[in-house]
Design a protein around this ligand. Sequence first.
Ligand code: ATP
Ligand code: MG
Ligand code: MG
Length: 553
Amino acid sequence: TEVHGNNFLRGVVQADIDAGRLAEGALVTRFPPEPNGFLHIGHAKSICLNFGLAEQFGGQCHLRFDDTNPAKEEQAYIDAIQEDVRWLGYQWSGPVRYASDYFDTLYNYAEHLIQAGKAYVCELSAEETREYRGTLTEPGRNSPYRDRSVDENLAEFRAMRDGAYEEGSKVLRAKIDMASPNLNLRDPVIYRIRKQSHHQTGDKWCIYPSYDFTHGQSDAQEGITHSICTLEFEDHRPLYEWFLNNLPVPCQPRQYEFARLNINYTVTSKRKLKALVDEGVVAGWDDPRMPTIAGMRRRGFTPASLRKFCEMVGVARSEGIVDMAMLEHAIRDDLDKNAPRAMCVMDPLKLVISNYPEDKVEHLSAPGHPNRDDLGERTLPFSREIYIERDDFRESANKKFKRLVLGKKVRLRNAYVLLAEDVVTDAEGNVVEVHCSYDPGTLGEDPADGVKPKGVIHWVSASHGKKAKVRNYDRLFNHEAPDRGGEDFMQHVNPDSLEILDNCWVEPGLVEAAPESHYQFERTGYFVADRCDHSADTPVFNRTIALRDSWGK
Ligand code: ATP
Ligand code: MG
Ligand code: MG
Protein backbone atom coordinates (compact mmCIF):
# COMPACT_ATOMS: atom_id res chain seq x y z
CA THR A 1 0.00 0.00 0.00
CA GLU A 2 1.63 3.19 -1.21
CA VAL A 3 1.03 6.20 0.95
CA HIS A 4 1.24 9.52 -0.85
CA GLY A 5 0.88 12.74 1.02
CA ASN A 6 -0.77 15.62 -0.77
CA ASN A 7 1.35 18.31 -2.32
CA PHE A 8 -0.70 21.46 -2.87
CA LEU A 9 2.09 23.10 -4.87
CA ARG A 10 1.63 20.59 -7.68
CA GLY A 11 -1.89 21.99 -7.94
CA VAL A 12 -0.58 25.57 -7.93
CA VAL A 13 1.83 24.87 -10.80
CA GLN A 14 -0.76 22.90 -12.76
CA ALA A 15 -3.27 25.73 -12.36
CA ASP A 16 -0.68 28.22 -13.64
CA ILE A 17 -0.12 26.05 -16.70
CA ASP A 18 -3.84 25.53 -17.28
CA ALA A 19 -4.51 29.27 -17.04
CA GLY A 20 -1.68 30.08 -19.46
CA ARG A 21 0.35 31.95 -16.83
CA LEU A 22 3.16 29.42 -17.15
CA ALA A 23 4.26 27.84 -20.40
CA GLU A 24 4.74 24.08 -20.56
CA GLY A 25 8.27 23.28 -19.33
CA ALA A 26 8.88 26.86 -18.13
CA LEU A 27 8.76 26.16 -14.40
CA VAL A 28 11.93 27.27 -12.59
CA THR A 29 12.37 26.57 -8.88
CA ARG A 30 15.43 26.78 -6.65
CA PHE A 31 16.81 25.24 -3.49
CA PRO A 32 18.54 28.07 -1.57
CA PRO A 33 20.56 26.80 1.41
CA GLU A 34 22.65 29.04 3.58
CA PRO A 35 26.10 27.36 3.74
CA ASN A 36 26.31 27.61 7.54
CA GLY A 37 25.98 23.91 8.37
CA PHE A 38 25.13 20.52 6.93
CA LEU A 39 21.68 19.88 5.52
CA HIS A 40 19.17 17.99 7.66
CA ILE A 41 16.06 15.95 7.02
CA GLY A 42 13.98 19.14 6.86
CA HIS A 43 16.11 20.35 3.97
CA ALA A 44 15.55 16.99 2.29
CA LYS A 45 11.87 17.87 2.17
CA SER A 46 12.62 21.20 0.52
CA ILE A 47 15.02 19.52 -1.94
CA CYS A 48 12.49 16.83 -2.88
CA LEU A 49 9.84 19.50 -3.25
CA ASN A 50 11.79 21.91 -5.44
CA PHE A 51 13.64 19.35 -7.56
CA GLY A 52 10.58 17.10 -7.59
CA LEU A 53 8.32 19.81 -9.06
CA ALA A 54 10.91 20.60 -11.73
CA GLU A 55 11.15 16.90 -12.55
CA GLN A 56 7.40 16.43 -12.70
CA PHE A 57 6.68 19.48 -14.85
CA GLY A 58 9.76 19.25 -17.05
CA GLY A 59 11.17 22.47 -15.63
CA GLN A 60 14.42 23.42 -13.95
CA CYS A 61 15.66 23.66 -10.42
CA HIS A 62 18.64 25.77 -9.42
CA LEU A 63 20.99 25.28 -6.50
CA ARG A 64 21.75 28.68 -5.04
CA PHE A 65 23.81 29.31 -1.94
CA ASP A 66 22.23 32.08 0.06
CA ASP A 67 25.54 33.47 1.20
CA THR A 68 24.89 36.90 2.67
CA ASN A 69 26.25 36.16 6.13
CA PRO A 70 29.95 35.39 5.54
CA ALA A 71 30.81 35.16 9.26
CA LYS A 72 28.97 31.86 9.61
CA GLU A 73 29.62 30.34 6.21
CA GLU A 74 32.30 27.90 5.06
CA GLN A 75 33.50 26.21 1.91
CA ALA A 76 33.26 22.82 3.67
CA TYR A 77 29.51 23.34 4.03
CA ILE A 78 29.20 24.35 0.38
CA ASP A 79 30.91 21.10 -0.65
CA ALA A 80 28.87 18.92 1.70
CA ILE A 81 25.58 20.44 0.55
CA GLN A 82 26.34 19.74 -3.11
CA GLU A 83 27.26 16.18 -2.29
CA ASP A 84 24.02 15.70 -0.33
CA VAL A 85 21.84 17.01 -3.15
CA ARG A 86 23.55 14.74 -5.68
CA TRP A 87 23.38 11.77 -3.35
CA LEU A 88 19.62 12.28 -3.03
CA GLY A 89 19.57 11.82 -6.79
CA TYR A 90 19.10 15.36 -8.03
CA GLN A 91 21.12 17.49 -10.40
CA TRP A 92 20.64 21.24 -10.51
CA SER A 93 20.26 23.04 -13.81
CA GLY A 94 23.25 25.07 -14.89
CA PRO A 95 26.12 26.03 -12.61
CA VAL A 96 26.06 26.18 -8.84
CA ARG A 97 24.86 29.70 -8.11
CA TYR A 98 25.54 32.05 -5.24
CA ALA A 99 23.54 35.02 -4.05
CA SER A 100 26.97 36.70 -3.94
CA ASP A 101 27.06 36.40 -7.75
CA TYR A 102 24.52 39.22 -7.65
CA PHE A 103 26.29 41.56 -5.20
CA ASP A 104 27.04 44.08 -7.95
CA THR A 105 23.47 44.01 -9.19
CA LEU A 106 22.11 44.25 -5.66
CA TYR A 107 24.35 47.21 -4.96
CA ASN A 108 23.03 48.93 -8.07
CA TYR A 109 19.47 48.12 -6.99
CA ALA A 110 20.19 49.78 -3.65
CA GLU A 111 21.38 52.94 -5.41
CA HIS A 112 18.28 52.74 -7.60
CA LEU A 113 16.07 52.85 -4.50
CA ILE A 114 18.08 55.77 -3.13
CA GLN A 115 17.71 57.67 -6.42
CA ALA A 116 13.97 57.05 -6.29
CA GLY A 117 13.81 58.41 -2.74
CA LYS A 118 12.97 54.94 -1.42
CA ALA A 119 16.01 54.19 0.70
CA TYR A 120 18.10 56.11 3.22
CA VAL A 121 21.21 55.76 5.32
CA CYS A 122 20.25 55.53 8.97
CA GLU A 123 22.51 56.08 11.95
CA LEU A 124 20.28 54.93 14.77
CA SER A 125 21.93 52.35 17.00
CA ALA A 126 20.58 48.79 16.91
CA GLU A 127 18.76 49.44 20.15
CA GLU A 128 17.25 52.71 18.97
CA THR A 129 16.18 51.08 15.74
CA ARG A 130 14.35 48.41 17.71
CA GLU A 131 12.68 51.02 19.85
CA TYR A 132 11.63 53.16 16.86
CA ARG A 133 10.21 50.09 15.12
CA GLY A 134 7.26 49.89 17.53
CA THR A 135 5.38 46.69 18.26
CA LEU A 136 2.52 44.66 16.85
CA THR A 137 0.07 46.90 18.67
CA GLU A 138 1.92 50.19 18.36
CA PRO A 139 3.05 51.91 15.16
CA GLY A 140 6.71 52.76 14.77
CA ARG A 141 8.23 56.23 14.56
CA ASN A 142 10.16 57.67 11.68
CA SER A 143 13.92 57.69 12.00
CA PRO A 144 15.40 61.21 12.23
CA TYR A 145 17.56 60.23 9.22
CA ARG A 146 14.56 59.34 7.06
CA ASP A 147 14.37 62.60 5.18
CA ARG A 148 17.94 62.97 4.04
CA SER A 149 18.36 64.15 0.47
CA VAL A 150 19.05 61.74 -2.35
CA ASP A 151 22.52 63.23 -2.77
CA GLU A 152 23.38 62.89 0.88
CA ASN A 153 22.12 59.30 0.94
CA LEU A 154 24.11 58.42 -2.15
CA ALA A 155 27.26 59.95 -0.73
CA GLU A 156 26.76 58.21 2.62
CA PHE A 157 25.99 54.83 1.05
CA ARG A 158 29.06 55.05 -1.19
CA ALA A 159 31.18 55.94 1.82
CA MET A 160 29.77 52.88 3.61
CA ARG A 161 30.77 50.78 0.63
CA ASP A 162 34.22 52.35 0.58
CA GLY A 163 34.91 51.38 4.18
CA ALA A 164 34.71 54.85 5.70
CA TYR A 165 32.54 53.72 8.66
CA GLU A 166 32.68 51.25 11.50
CA GLU A 167 30.54 48.14 11.66
CA GLY A 168 27.16 48.90 13.16
CA SER A 169 27.46 52.65 12.78
CA LYS A 170 25.20 52.99 9.72
CA VAL A 171 22.80 50.91 7.69
CA LEU A 172 20.81 51.41 4.53
CA ARG A 173 17.07 51.10 5.04
CA ALA A 174 14.21 50.89 2.60
CA LYS A 175 11.74 53.73 3.08
CA ILE A 176 8.38 52.04 3.23
CA ASP A 177 5.95 52.64 6.09
CA MET A 178 6.74 52.90 9.80
CA ALA A 179 3.05 52.50 10.59
CA SER A 180 2.51 49.34 8.60
CA PRO A 181 0.81 46.57 10.57
CA ASN A 182 3.47 44.30 9.05
CA LEU A 183 6.68 44.90 10.99
CA ASN A 184 8.74 43.73 8.02
CA LEU A 185 7.60 46.82 6.10
CA ARG A 186 8.71 49.30 8.77
CA ASP A 187 11.76 50.53 6.91
CA PRO A 188 13.71 47.25 6.89
CA VAL A 189 17.50 47.23 6.84
CA ILE A 190 18.75 46.31 3.40
CA TYR A 191 22.52 46.79 3.75
CA ARG A 192 24.80 46.57 6.76
CA ILE A 193 28.52 47.07 7.31
CA ARG A 194 30.49 43.88 7.95
CA LYS A 195 34.26 44.12 7.75
CA GLN A 196 34.46 40.50 6.93
CA SER A 197 35.96 38.67 4.02
CA HIS A 198 33.66 36.44 2.07
CA HIS A 199 34.31 32.90 0.84
CA GLN A 200 33.26 33.85 -2.70
CA THR A 201 33.98 37.56 -3.05
CA GLY A 202 37.03 37.87 -0.80
CA ASP A 203 37.59 41.41 0.44
CA LYS A 204 35.70 43.12 -2.33
CA TRP A 205 32.84 44.14 -0.04
CA CYS A 206 32.56 45.50 3.45
CA ILE A 207 28.80 46.01 3.16
CA TYR A 208 26.47 43.07 2.71
CA PRO A 209 22.80 42.96 1.66
CA SER A 210 20.21 41.58 4.05
CA TYR A 211 18.48 38.28 3.39
CA ASP A 212 15.24 40.04 2.43
CA PHE A 213 16.95 42.38 0.00
CA THR A 214 18.82 39.50 -1.57
CA HIS A 215 16.39 36.69 -1.91
CA GLY A 216 13.69 37.96 -4.26
CA GLN A 217 16.09 39.90 -6.44
CA SER A 218 18.28 36.80 -6.80
CA ASP A 219 15.16 34.84 -7.74
CA ALA A 220 14.40 37.49 -10.36
CA GLN A 221 17.95 37.40 -11.76
CA GLU A 222 17.63 33.68 -12.27
CA GLY A 223 14.15 33.72 -13.76
CA ILE A 224 12.69 31.72 -10.89
CA THR A 225 8.95 31.35 -11.46
CA HIS A 226 7.95 29.75 -8.15
CA SER A 227 10.01 30.69 -5.09
CA ILE A 228 9.07 28.17 -2.43
CA CYS A 229 9.96 28.71 1.21
CA THR A 230 8.80 27.73 4.66
CA LEU A 231 5.90 29.42 6.45
CA GLU A 232 7.98 31.71 8.65
CA PHE A 233 8.55 33.78 5.50
CA GLU A 234 4.86 34.38 4.90
CA ASP A 235 5.05 37.77 6.62
CA HIS A 236 8.03 38.65 4.46
CA ARG A 237 6.08 38.14 1.23
CA PRO A 238 4.79 41.76 1.10
CA LEU A 239 8.38 42.94 1.38
CA TYR A 240 9.53 40.41 -1.24
CA GLU A 241 6.89 41.89 -3.55
CA TRP A 242 7.64 45.49 -2.62
CA PHE A 243 11.26 45.11 -3.76
CA LEU A 244 10.25 43.41 -7.00
CA ASN A 245 7.70 46.14 -7.70
CA ASN A 246 10.12 48.98 -6.97
CA LEU A 247 13.20 47.70 -8.80
CA PRO A 248 13.93 47.22 -12.51
CA VAL A 249 14.02 43.42 -12.17
CA PRO A 250 13.94 41.18 -15.27
CA CYS A 251 10.94 39.15 -14.08
CA GLN A 252 8.46 38.76 -11.26
CA PRO A 253 8.83 35.50 -9.36
CA ARG A 254 6.11 34.55 -6.92
CA GLN A 255 6.68 33.31 -3.40
CA TYR A 256 4.77 30.35 -1.95
CA GLU A 257 5.06 29.01 1.56
CA PHE A 258 4.70 25.51 2.98
CA ALA A 259 4.94 24.04 6.47
CA ARG A 260 8.39 23.02 7.54
CA LEU A 261 9.05 19.41 8.46
CA ASN A 262 9.18 18.66 12.17
CA ILE A 263 9.92 15.17 13.41
CA ASN A 264 9.64 13.94 16.97
CA TYR A 265 12.64 12.55 18.88
CA THR A 266 15.01 14.86 17.03
CA VAL A 267 15.94 18.47 16.36
CA THR A 268 16.02 20.07 12.92
CA SER A 269 17.86 23.31 13.33
CA LYS A 270 21.36 23.82 12.06
CA ARG A 271 22.21 25.88 15.11
CA LYS A 272 21.30 23.03 17.46
CA LEU A 273 22.96 20.42 15.28
CA LYS A 274 26.10 22.53 15.27
CA ALA A 275 26.01 22.64 19.07
CA LEU A 276 25.91 18.82 19.17
CA VAL A 277 29.00 18.75 16.97
CA ASP A 278 30.86 21.57 18.75
CA GLU A 279 30.20 20.11 22.20
CA GLY A 280 31.35 16.66 21.14
CA VAL A 281 28.00 14.97 21.83
CA VAL A 282 28.38 13.34 18.41
CA ALA A 283 31.48 12.59 16.35
CA GLY A 284 30.69 15.12 13.63
CA TRP A 285 28.03 16.45 11.29
CA ASP A 286 27.90 13.04 9.60
CA ASP A 287 27.69 11.02 12.79
CA PRO A 288 25.18 8.24 12.02
CA ARG A 289 22.91 9.45 14.82
CA MET A 290 22.54 12.93 13.34
CA PRO A 291 19.37 13.84 11.40
CA THR A 292 21.64 15.38 8.77
CA ILE A 293 21.52 13.97 5.27
CA ALA A 294 25.20 13.03 5.58
CA GLY A 295 24.54 11.39 8.96
CA MET A 296 21.58 9.42 7.69
CA ARG A 297 23.62 8.34 4.71
CA ARG A 298 26.30 6.97 7.03
CA ARG A 299 23.64 5.38 9.17
CA GLY A 300 22.50 3.42 6.12
CA PHE A 301 19.49 5.35 4.88
CA THR A 302 19.13 5.19 1.11
CA PRO A 303 18.23 8.10 -1.18
CA ALA A 304 15.12 6.17 -2.23
CA SER A 305 13.96 5.85 1.38
CA LEU A 306 14.36 9.56 2.06
CA ARG A 307 12.57 10.51 -1.14
CA LYS A 308 9.80 8.09 -0.31
CA PHE A 309 9.53 9.53 3.19
CA CYS A 310 9.22 13.07 1.82
CA GLU A 311 6.55 11.87 -0.59
CA MET A 312 4.61 10.25 2.25
CA VAL A 313 4.86 13.36 4.42
CA GLY A 314 3.42 15.53 1.66
CA VAL A 315 3.44 19.29 1.32
CA ALA A 316 0.85 21.42 3.07
CA ARG A 317 0.46 24.77 4.79
CA SER A 318 -0.50 23.36 8.17
CA GLU A 319 2.21 22.65 10.72
CA GLY A 320 2.43 19.21 12.23
CA ILE A 321 4.88 16.81 13.79
CA VAL A 322 5.78 13.71 11.89
CA ASP A 323 6.43 10.52 13.82
CA MET A 324 10.02 9.28 13.65
CA ALA A 325 8.52 5.81 13.16
CA MET A 326 7.43 6.93 9.68
CA LEU A 327 11.01 7.67 8.69
CA GLU A 328 12.11 4.37 10.19
CA HIS A 329 9.36 2.59 8.32
CA ALA A 330 10.53 4.08 5.03
CA ILE A 331 14.06 2.73 5.40
CA ARG A 332 12.98 -0.62 6.83
CA ASP A 333 10.63 -1.13 3.92
CA ASP A 334 13.29 -0.27 1.35
CA LEU A 335 15.93 -2.51 2.93
CA ASP A 336 13.53 -5.38 3.45
CA LYS A 337 12.89 -5.37 -0.30
CA ASN A 338 16.41 -4.66 -1.47
CA ALA A 339 19.10 -5.53 1.06
CA PRO A 340 20.86 -8.88 0.64
CA ARG A 341 20.73 -11.20 3.63
CA ALA A 342 23.79 -12.18 5.63
CA MET A 343 24.69 -13.65 9.00
CA CYS A 344 26.59 -11.90 11.75
CA VAL A 345 27.15 -13.16 15.30
CA MET A 346 27.49 -10.22 17.67
CA ASP A 347 28.24 -11.95 20.96
CA PRO A 348 29.95 -15.19 19.99
CA LEU A 349 29.68 -18.51 21.80
CA LYS A 350 31.75 -21.32 20.32
CA LEU A 351 30.01 -24.49 19.32
CA VAL A 352 32.00 -27.66 18.53
CA ILE A 353 30.30 -30.28 16.38
CA SER A 354 31.88 -33.46 17.70
CA ASN A 355 30.73 -35.76 14.87
CA TYR A 356 31.88 -33.39 12.11
CA PRO A 357 35.37 -34.28 10.79
CA GLU A 358 38.05 -31.85 11.91
CA ASP A 359 39.44 -30.98 8.49
CA LYS A 360 36.19 -31.04 6.56
CA VAL A 361 34.66 -27.90 5.03
CA GLU A 362 31.41 -27.74 3.09
CA HIS A 363 30.43 -24.77 1.02
CA LEU A 364 26.75 -24.45 1.61
CA SER A 365 24.65 -22.20 -0.52
CA ALA A 366 22.00 -19.76 0.60
CA PRO A 367 19.85 -17.24 -1.23
CA GLY A 368 21.04 -13.64 -1.28
CA HIS A 369 17.44 -12.64 -0.60
CA PRO A 370 14.35 -14.79 0.01
CA ASN A 371 12.39 -13.37 -2.93
CA ARG A 372 14.90 -11.60 -5.13
CA ASP A 373 16.48 -14.12 -7.50
CA ASP A 374 18.47 -11.28 -9.03
CA LEU A 375 20.47 -11.04 -5.81
CA GLY A 376 21.88 -14.53 -6.48
CA GLU A 377 23.26 -17.07 -4.06
CA ARG A 378 25.88 -16.72 -1.37
CA THR A 379 28.34 -19.33 -0.14
CA LEU A 380 28.52 -20.26 3.52
CA PRO A 381 31.49 -22.36 4.62
CA PHE A 382 30.45 -24.90 7.25
CA SER A 383 32.98 -26.56 9.55
CA ARG A 384 33.39 -28.32 12.87
CA GLU A 385 33.61 -25.13 14.92
CA ILE A 386 31.06 -22.38 14.56
CA TYR A 387 29.90 -19.32 16.48
CA ILE A 388 26.36 -18.70 17.57
CA GLU A 389 24.94 -15.90 19.72
CA ARG A 390 25.49 -16.41 23.43
CA ASP A 391 21.85 -15.43 23.81
CA ASP A 392 20.73 -18.30 21.60
CA PHE A 393 21.88 -20.99 24.05
CA ARG A 394 20.63 -22.00 27.48
CA GLU A 395 21.48 -24.96 29.63
CA SER A 396 17.82 -25.26 30.49
CA ALA A 397 14.76 -23.32 29.41
CA ASN A 398 11.00 -23.58 29.10
CA LYS A 399 9.18 -24.14 25.81
CA LYS A 400 8.99 -20.46 24.96
CA PHE A 401 12.72 -20.43 24.34
CA LYS A 402 12.85 -21.64 20.74
CA ARG A 403 16.60 -21.68 20.41
CA LEU A 404 19.33 -24.08 21.49
CA VAL A 405 18.95 -25.86 24.85
CA LEU A 406 21.16 -28.58 26.30
CA GLY A 407 19.74 -31.97 25.26
CA LYS A 408 17.54 -30.40 22.57
CA LYS A 409 17.68 -29.64 18.87
CA VAL A 410 17.80 -26.46 16.83
CA ARG A 411 18.22 -25.73 13.14
CA LEU A 412 21.14 -23.67 11.97
CA ARG A 413 19.90 -21.18 9.38
CA ASN A 414 20.65 -22.45 5.86
CA ALA A 415 22.40 -25.53 7.32
CA TYR A 416 21.88 -28.59 9.54
CA VAL A 417 19.97 -29.58 12.63
CA LEU A 418 22.12 -29.78 15.77
CA LEU A 419 21.68 -31.46 19.13
CA ALA A 420 23.38 -29.82 22.13
CA GLU A 421 25.09 -32.52 24.18
CA ASP A 422 27.49 -30.97 26.63
CA VAL A 423 29.00 -27.70 27.84
CA VAL A 424 32.46 -26.57 28.85
CA THR A 425 32.50 -23.99 31.62
CA ASP A 426 35.17 -21.73 33.04
CA ALA A 427 36.11 -21.39 36.73
CA GLU A 428 33.10 -19.12 37.36
CA GLY A 429 30.72 -21.58 35.78
CA ASN A 430 30.17 -19.55 32.59
CA VAL A 431 29.56 -21.59 29.47
CA VAL A 432 32.53 -21.10 27.16
CA GLU A 433 31.85 -23.84 24.66
CA VAL A 434 28.94 -26.05 23.70
CA HIS A 435 29.47 -29.51 22.28
CA CYS A 436 26.92 -30.72 19.78
CA SER A 437 26.27 -33.40 17.23
CA TYR A 438 24.81 -32.68 13.82
CA ASP A 439 22.40 -34.71 11.74
CA PRO A 440 23.94 -35.04 8.23
CA GLY A 441 20.56 -35.83 6.69
CA THR A 442 19.03 -32.47 7.55
CA LEU A 443 20.43 -30.13 4.94
CA GLY A 444 17.25 -28.72 3.48
CA GLU A 445 15.39 -31.77 4.88
CA ASP A 446 13.45 -32.49 8.04
CA PRO A 447 15.05 -34.96 10.45
CA ALA A 448 14.26 -38.64 9.66
CA ASP A 449 12.21 -38.97 12.85
CA GLY A 450 9.94 -36.25 11.49
CA VAL A 451 10.36 -34.07 14.58
CA LYS A 452 11.14 -30.58 13.39
CA PRO A 453 13.12 -28.39 15.76
CA LYS A 454 11.14 -25.29 16.70
CA GLY A 455 13.94 -22.80 16.43
CA VAL A 456 16.27 -21.56 13.73
CA ILE A 457 19.41 -19.67 14.74
CA HIS A 458 22.12 -17.88 12.79
CA TRP A 459 25.79 -18.87 12.90
CA VAL A 460 29.18 -18.25 11.33
CA SER A 461 32.00 -20.74 10.78
CA ALA A 462 34.65 -19.98 13.40
CA SER A 463 37.50 -20.77 11.05
CA HIS A 464 36.09 -18.91 8.03
CA GLY A 465 34.15 -16.01 9.50
CA LYS A 466 35.73 -12.60 9.75
CA LYS A 467 35.95 -10.50 12.82
CA ALA A 468 34.07 -7.23 12.54
CA LYS A 469 33.06 -4.21 14.52
CA VAL A 470 29.38 -3.43 14.79
CA ARG A 471 28.02 -0.08 15.92
CA ASN A 472 24.47 -0.27 17.18
CA TYR A 473 22.89 3.13 16.91
CA ASP A 474 19.71 4.17 18.57
CA ARG A 475 17.75 7.42 18.63
CA LEU A 476 19.86 10.41 19.63
CA PHE A 477 17.19 11.83 21.94
CA ASN A 478 15.07 9.94 24.43
CA HIS A 479 12.44 12.67 24.59
CA GLU A 480 9.64 13.08 22.11
CA ALA A 481 10.09 16.85 21.87
CA PRO A 482 13.68 17.56 22.88
CA ASP A 483 13.62 21.24 21.94
CA ARG A 484 10.08 22.30 22.61
CA GLY A 485 8.74 24.06 25.66
CA GLY A 486 11.86 26.15 26.10
CA GLU A 487 13.86 23.29 27.59
CA ASP A 488 17.51 22.68 26.92
CA PHE A 489 17.55 19.97 24.27
CA MET A 490 20.98 18.78 25.43
CA GLN A 491 19.46 17.31 28.57
CA HIS A 492 17.42 14.92 26.46
CA VAL A 493 20.34 13.31 24.66
CA ASN A 494 19.95 9.53 24.91
CA PRO A 495 23.01 8.27 26.79
CA ASP A 496 22.60 4.84 25.17
CA SER A 497 22.47 5.98 21.56
CA LEU A 498 25.64 4.08 20.64
CA GLU A 499 26.79 0.59 21.55
CA ILE A 500 30.04 -0.66 20.04
CA LEU A 501 30.55 -4.39 19.69
CA ASP A 502 34.02 -5.28 18.56
CA ASN A 503 34.03 -9.03 18.71
CA CYS A 504 31.46 -9.78 16.04
CA TRP A 505 31.81 -12.44 13.37
CA VAL A 506 30.43 -12.05 9.89
CA GLU A 507 30.11 -14.62 7.14
CA PRO A 508 33.24 -14.46 4.97
CA GLY A 509 31.51 -13.05 1.89
CA LEU A 510 30.95 -9.77 3.73
CA VAL A 511 34.61 -8.91 3.69
CA GLU A 512 34.19 -8.03 0.05
CA ALA A 513 31.41 -5.61 0.95
CA ALA A 514 32.07 -2.21 -0.52
CA PRO A 515 31.58 0.71 1.85
CA GLU A 516 27.91 1.71 1.89
CA SER A 517 26.59 -1.75 1.00
CA HIS A 518 23.43 -2.62 2.85
CA TYR A 519 22.52 -5.94 4.46
CA GLN A 520 19.90 -7.52 6.56
CA PHE A 521 21.78 -9.46 9.21
CA GLU A 522 19.33 -12.28 9.65
CA ARG A 523 17.34 -12.14 12.88
CA THR A 524 19.14 -8.95 13.92
CA GLY A 525 18.51 -5.88 11.84
CA TYR A 526 19.60 -3.82 8.86
CA PHE A 527 23.23 -2.79 8.65
CA VAL A 528 25.50 -0.85 6.34
CA ALA A 529 29.25 -1.12 5.77
CA ASP A 530 30.49 2.20 7.11
CA ARG A 531 31.23 4.73 4.40
CA CYS A 532 34.47 5.89 6.05
CA ASP A 533 35.74 3.23 8.45
CA HIS A 534 34.94 -0.07 6.74
CA SER A 535 37.60 -2.05 4.88
CA ALA A 536 38.37 -5.70 4.17
CA ASP A 537 40.93 -5.65 6.99
CA THR A 538 38.71 -3.91 9.50
CA PRO A 539 35.08 -4.51 8.65
CA VAL A 540 32.77 -1.99 10.34
CA PHE A 541 29.00 -2.16 10.11
CA ASN A 542 26.52 0.40 11.37
CA ARG A 543 23.08 -0.65 12.45
CA THR A 544 20.65 1.35 10.36
CA ILE A 545 17.52 0.08 12.05
CA ALA A 546 16.32 -2.95 13.98
CA LEU A 547 14.16 -5.52 12.20
CA ARG A 548 11.07 -4.40 14.01
CA ASP A 549 10.08 -1.25 15.81
CA SER A 550 10.82 -1.90 19.47
CA TRP A 551 11.14 1.70 20.63
CA GLY A 552 9.34 2.22 23.90
CA LYS A 553 8.31 -1.42 24.15
P1 ATP B 1 17.90 26.12 9.98
O1 ATP B 1 16.91 26.78 10.85
O2 ATP B 1 18.08 24.67 10.25
O3 ATP B 1 19.19 26.87 9.86
P2 ATP B 1 17.19 27.36 7.55
O4 ATP B 1 15.79 27.50 7.03
O5 ATP B 1 17.83 28.56 8.09
O6 ATP B 1 17.21 26.15 8.55
P3 ATP B 1 18.40 27.28 4.98
O7 ATP B 1 19.75 26.80 4.63
O8 ATP B 1 18.09 28.70 4.84
O9 ATP B 1 18.14 26.76 6.46
O10 ATP B 1 17.31 26.41 4.21
C1 ATP B 1 17.30 26.17 2.83
C2 ATP B 1 15.89 25.83 2.43
O11 ATP B 1 15.43 24.70 3.15
C3 ATP B 1 14.96 26.98 2.73
O12 ATP B 1 14.12 27.17 1.62
C4 ATP B 1 14.21 26.51 3.93
O13 ATP B 1 12.92 27.06 3.95
C5 ATP B 1 14.19 24.99 3.75
N1 ATP B 1 14.08 24.31 5.04
C6 ATP B 1 14.86 24.48 6.14
N2 ATP B 1 14.41 23.73 7.16
C7 ATP B 1 13.32 23.07 6.71
C8 ATP B 1 12.41 22.14 7.30
N3 ATP B 1 12.53 21.74 8.56
N4 ATP B 1 11.41 21.66 6.53
C9 ATP B 1 11.29 22.04 5.25
N5 ATP B 1 12.10 22.92 4.64
C10 ATP B 1 13.11 23.44 5.35
MG1 MG C 1 17.38 30.36 5.85
MG1 MG D 1 19.15 29.27 9.56
